[in-house]
Design a protein around this ligand. Structure first.
Ligand code: IPM
Ligand code: MG
Length: 407
């Protein structure tokens, strides 16, 4: 009898898990249909007024975002005065508000975000089991999904070492898309899902190859663990093989994520890599490593790009400890300012973006007259923001940048 009720209990657990899986599958099939029906890329040059939303986020977010917003307003002041561009602050994407509403993104915030074309976003706190906040989904992950921001583009450059990497991290699938939708089958077994779709792989891989072609880099590295994760990583790799045929002039190769992680540290090899395209979780991990090689996660910017919307953010977290310790004003805004440069480039202000990038190279790598350390022995974010603005305005900006490159 005991045995029989045990079997029945297990059957019930399996049925409940199957039901959940069925629901998840139906949603994913619907997502595939939406991808198939996508109307294609928005053309920012055709807009009467470009709306740039600015979301401060949590922790140090509002502190550093303020300086990036200041840089945007200064560089776009003529366009703003002419009504061609609006920079629009959006409130409410705070952990307190999200926890109160038990929503990754409160509805009214999402509605505001949908009215923008591009978004500059400060870091948001991601709750995890046991940290005191309700274990709601990450706002980042939800925003990438809700606005279908499928490409996470993360450049890392160290000019003096010949390093010029651009990571194309898939942003809406992999281990993330159902990261909050796994099942505890019973108290002993937990199962998460990893998803790869043909359409999802195609669009990110194509974007990476297009970038390699357009920039003349002509080299793409596809990174997976397809020797072990046979279905989803296997699909990613086989889609890459197929797409590569459309780009005969682009040399490509494939690496496994473990050895790739090591090779980024190999001084004989690493400058050979240029454009890397990879599934979500591997992209998450390796871009932190790459940013650290560049000088720390505070130095890298991150673009989340979809056909209709795009969101630009710092690669690092919200650092609540810095706020608790009263150091938020010393937080390094260079990552979010880099994100602002990527935003400018994305919406077509290519020359302004280039000048801002050059200024950031000068301020963070070549000249470093104002150093941010995260503590009171360094400059404040505000001082650094002013330094960047003074540098962008320099008449000899290009010369100073070239001198820095060849030094
Ligand atoms: C990132 C972050 C996020 C991610 C977190 C905050 C959910 O680490 O943007 O890389 O894992 O994608
Ligand atoms: Mg990360």
């Amino acid at each position: 009898m005991v045995c029989r009720s045990l079997v029945m209990m297990k059957d019930a657990e399996i049925e409940a898990a199957k039901e959940h899986f069925g629901k998840v599958l139906r949603e994913q099939l619907e997502r595939v249909e939406r991808m198939k029906a996508s109307p294609g890329w928005i053309d920012h040059s055709k807009l009467d007024r470009l709306i740039i939303g600015v979301v401060g986020g949590d922790g140090i977010g509002p502190y550093i975002c303020r300086h990036a917003e200041g840089v945007l307003r200064e560089l776009l002041k003529e366009e703003i005065a002419a009504g061609k561009v609006e920079v629009r602050p959006i409130d409410g994407l705070t952990i307190e508000n999200r926890a109160r509403q038990l929503k990754a993104i409160p509805d009214e915030v999402l509605a505001e975000l949908r009215k923008c074309h591009v978004i500059l976003k400060g870091p948001t706190t991601t709750p995890k089991k046991g940290d005191g906040w309700p274990n709601i989904e990450s706002a980042n992950v939800a925003m990438r999904r809700e606005l279908d921001l499928f490409a996470n583009v993360r450049p890392v450059r160290i000019p003096e070492q010949g390093i010029d990497w651009t990571f194309f991290r898939e942003n809406t699938e992999g281990a993330y898309v159902l990261g909050s939708r796994g099942v505890d089958v019973n108290e002993d077994i937990a199962i998460d899902f990893t998803v790869a779709t043909t359409q999802g792989c195609e669009r990110i891989i194509r974007l990476a190859f297009e970038h390699a072609r357009r920039t003349g880099v002509n080299r793409v590295t596809v990174v997976t663990k397809a020797n072990v994760i046979k279905r989803t990583d296997g699909k990613f790799l086989s889609v890459a093989e197929r797409i590569a045929k459309d780009y005969p002039e682009v040399k490509w190769d494939d690496w496994f994520i473990d050895i790739m992680t090591a090779k980024l540290l190999d001084p004989y090899r690493r400058a050979e890599f240029k454009v890397m395209v990879l599934p979500n979780l591997y992209g998450d991990i390796i871009t932190d490593e790459a940013a650290q090689i560049q000088g720390g996660v505070g130095t890298a910017g991150s673009a989340n790009i979809g056909a209709r919307y795009a969101m630009f953010e710092a690669i690092h977290g919200s650092a609540p400890r810095m706020v608790d310790e009263g150091r938020a004003q010393y937080a390094d805004p260079s990552s979010i300012i880099k994100a602002a440069a990527m935003l400018l480039n994305h919406v077509g202000f290519v020359e302004k973006a280039r000048r801002l990038e050059m200024a950031l190279d000068i301020c963070t790598q070549f000249e470093r007259r104002v150093r941010v350390t995260g503590r009171a022995d360094g400059a404040t974010g505000e001082e650094f923001g002013r330094y960047v603005l003074e540098t962008v305005a320099r008449k000899d900006l290009e010369d100073a940048w070239r001198k820095g490159l060849s030094a």
